[in-house]
Ligand binder design. Structure first.
Ligand SMILES: [Fe+2]
Length: 167
């Protein structure tokens, strides 16, 4: 039986990630759309899982989409809602989105904050749909990695900067 030390030094061990979640350098936030940014924390190539902070400023609209696996969220700042539901997720809220859920995330005008920041763990893929529910695009850990590479190359952090979050 291998010793614990041998196991821990195995080339097959996946490296841990310890990062300041809310970065001091604004360039860490990757633009995703009008008034929308994400801050990658873990991008898993094999399971498709994405752990990230999503930041949406007032007026931002993530677009209608459907998930094929669960999503978990914790609201760090501000509030947001789905056009399809009558609840509002506010600072401190936990949100569970079951697979098959179709929704459109929006951030309304706010008093104290003009933006929301939510920690999301998104499993599997996200399928963008139109008003009739027809697929018009998709998003997953690989498209997120590609977005990060493009932005980090452009902003000066370098194309390889995303590798610290890739597993
Ligand atoms: Fe979603």
């Amino acid at each position: 039986m291998p010793t614990l030390a041998a196991f821990q030094s195995s080339a097959h061990m996946v490296r841990e990630i310890v990062e300041l979640a809310q970065p001091a350098d604004e360039r860490e936030w990757v633009p995703q759309g009008e008034q929308i940014w994400f801050r990658p924390l873990m991008l898993d190539r094999t399971t498709g899982t994405v752990a990230n902070l999503l930041r949406v400023r007032r007026g931002g609209n993530l677009g209608r989409h459907i998930h094929n696996a669960p999503v978990f969220g914790y609201v760090i700042k501000g509030s947001w809602r789905y056009l399809e539901h009558d609840w509002v997720a506010s600072q401190g809220s936990f949100v569970y989105e079951p697979p098959g859920e179709v929704h459109t995330l929006v951030v309304d005008a706010q008093g104290e904050h003009d933006e929301m920041i939510t920690f999301f763990i998104v499993q599997g893929g996200l399928i963008k749909v139109d008003d009739d529910g027809k697929p018009v695009g998709y998003d997953n850990s690989l498209t997120k990695i590609a977005l990060c590479e493009r932005w980090y190359a452009q902003c000066g952090l370098g194309i390889d900067h995303v590798q610290r979050f890739v597993r």
